[in-house]
Design a protein. Structure first.
Length: 277
């Protein structure tokens, strides 16, 4: 018979297996956003302050909710994925960013926001940040924290009650609205939809994190002027570039899709919160 200490330790580190209710999921998501915005007001909205606010609000809050409610990590997508799924997500992200960019371009014209978008893009690198700082604040932090909150907490909490397709749609909408600028909302909706499919397909956020990180990495490197040859090639050969991007997106998506088949999640209170085959 397990001792009380052993039972407490198992519950603390693994949860008892039950997913969050819809009400708790929505409240937790609202708390995550409020914490992020509140932290940004306290520490400032600069590059480092914004990243710190994301870590606290979108990273630590979902983990705290998981512990407090004794939810199995697997229900937030925190389970080991298959390598093929992660590689596929990264390859998909290497092409999807350009497709999303071109899909968002007409929105910039329709909303007459050309100058605002240009100023925002230029302002991201006006302080000439180091490449390491760019990678941490624009790639690692957003991809992990935003996927944990939207694909793990929000979609993962809603799916058992409303089904995966609607959970993906609602989490994608929330993810897009969070980015405010209309053109960015279109681009992030495309990214979020693809990430949601990969996360739901495999029950793990890590293929979605790989997709998100690769997307952000390429955009950040081009924006920082670190890939001038790539930027020039895309500008001068737009058609072939889009074709290559579409090929990468499809190939990566297929690789990730075949590598992400979600086993059944253990939900019995006596289970340790792990995934059962």
């Amino acid at each position: 018979m397990a001792s009380p200490t052993q039972n407490f330790t198992r519950r603390l580190y693994h949860g008892v297996g039950a997913p969050l209710s819809v009400g708790t999921t929505l409240a937790a998501y609202a708390l995550a956003l409020a914490t992020m915005f509140g932290a940004a007001l306290l520490v400032g909205g600069d590059r480092v302050g914004g990243a710190a606010a994301e870590v606290v609000g979108l990273g630590l809050v979902p983990l705290a909710i998981m512990r407090v409610h004794e939810v199995a990590p697997a229900h937030l997508g925190l389970r080991r994925p298959r390598l093929r799924a992660v590689v596929g997500g990264a390859v998909c992200g290497a092409g999807l960013w350009l497709l999303a960019l071109h899909a968002a371009a007409p929105v910039v014209e329709w909303t007459a926001r050309d100058q605002a978008v240009r100023d925002w893009s230029t302002g991201l690198f006006a302080d000439r940040p180091s490449l390491a700082l760019v990678i941490v604040t624009m790639v690692i932090v957003p991809s992990v924290s935003e996927e944990l909150t939207h694909r793990g907490l929000l979609a993962g909490g809603l799916a058992p009650a409303i089904g995966r397709p609607l959970a993906i749609a609602l989490s994608t909408l929330a993810f897009a609205v969070l980015h405010l600028e209309p053109a960015r909302m279109v681009a992030t909706a495309i990214l979020g939809g693809a990430a949601g499919v990969l996360a739901m397909r495999g029950g793990s956020i890590w293929p979605a994190v790989a997709l998100h990180a690769t997307n952000n990495l390429i955009v950040a490197l081009i924006g920082a002027g670190a890939l001038p040859a790539v930027a020039t090639a895309i500008d001068h050969h737009t058609g072939p570039a889009i074709a290559v991007a579409a090929g990468l997106t499809l190939a990566g998506g297929a690789l990730a899709w075949t590598g992400t088949i979600a086993p059944r999640l253990a939900t019995d209170p006596s289970d340790s919160g792990t995934v059962t085959p």
